[in-house]
Ligand binder design. Structure first.
Ligand code: HEM
Length: 283
């Protein structure tokens, strides 16, 4: 990942399809403008764009300062901000090698991510021989989805009902009693009595031996007036096998009536170093 960190703040770039189109080198094969999926209501003023700049850090003052710096560079070079959103991670922590945080539905997210750096790299980074342009090897496809939550509706459900919709306890515990860090045996529950068949985790990752090849890193947002939710973000080396396969499986999930995707986009995070700039620059 490209990180221009200073003062504990990391800045990463994601290239949009509109930017790499027409560049001297060929584009990442699967990079398109993010399509609208079933149930989405994408606001074009909050979606897509030439470049995604992600600024993240532990201290909001340092992050804000870095954002001012990014905006100053953008203004000098003639770029305009198409859309922006502030995010945060409540109860942000690392446990058992995984980054965890609590979302506005009161559930802890991150358990399904890999616990080793090797597995993260395996799922996230574009490899040689994958049919991608040489400059893109070591980069990653990033998907961003701004997902609004119907928190009032959600909070009317009991905690056990909510847990059946997610397929895990609020604290990550499996509904069949399997400890958090172990794999549940969905095959022993074919009718979904313990973990409903239309629950989020059961649809997202039905085959426990072949987890979906993506790594999630989401943030919560709160824009006031009840407009709260998550800035879902995931990285993968193959967009079709990663995000798109999971997103299609999630169609009709029990969670669908509580969430609405209103923005986001598809981006390609270039590999570290400057070789990609030379490759994409005008000849
Ligand atoms: C709509 C808002 C969403 C909420 C509230 C949500 C919440 C959660 C929670 C609480 C978990 C269980 C803990 C964990 O493993 O992190 C989870 C797992 C997961 N979610 Fe989501 N998620 C959302 C959207 C998505 C989307 C859009 C995708 C991808 C298309 C996705 C993919 C996954 C995957 C792959 C897992 C791991 C399943 C496993 O390995 O057991 N989620 N999500």
């Amino acid at each position: 990942m490209r990180s221009l960190g200073r003062g504990g703040v990391g800045v990463s770039l994601g290239l949009g399809a509109s930017l790499v189109e027409g560049a001297a080198a060929s584009s990442p094969q699967q990079l398109t403008v993010m399509p609208s999926f079933v149930g989405d209501l994408l606001d074009p003023t909050q979606s897509h764009g030439d470049l995604l700049v992600r600024v993240a850090g532990e201290h909001s003052a340092a992050v804000r300062e870095a954002i001012q710096g990014v905006k100053a560079v953008a203004a000098k070079t003639g770029w305009t901000v198409r859309w922006a959103i502030d995010g945060f991670r409540a109860d942000n922590r690392v446990e058992g090698g995984r980054g965890l945080a609590r979302n506005p539905f009161h559930f802890t997210e991150g358990f399904g991510n890999p616990d080793s750096e090797r597995e993260v790299v395996d799922r996230v980074l574009v490899r040689d021989g994958q049919g991608e342009p040489e400059w893109a090897v070591g980069g990653s496809y990033q998907v961003v989805r701004v997902i609004r939550f119907a928190t009032e509706l959600w909070d009317k459900d009991s905690v056990p009902e909510q847990e059946r919709i997610m397929g895990r306890g609020r604290d990550g515990r499996w509904l069949d009693g399997t400890p958090t860090a172990e794999e549940p045996n969905f095959a022993a529950d074919p009718k979904g009595r313990r973990t409903p068949l239309d629950s989020h985790v059961r649809l997202a990752a039905p085959d426990r031996r072949n987890p979906p090849p993506l790594v999630r890193r989401s943030y919560s947002y709160d824009r006031g007036d009840g407009d709260t939710g998550i800035i879902f973000s995931c990285y993968q080396r193959d967009l079709v096998q990663g995000f798109e396969a999971v997103q299609k499986r999630l169609e009709g999930e029990a969670l669908a009536k509580y969430v609405l995707t209103t923005g986001g986009g598809y981006f390609f995070v270039p590999p570290p170093g400057d070789a990609w700039i030379d490759a994409l620059g005008d000849e």
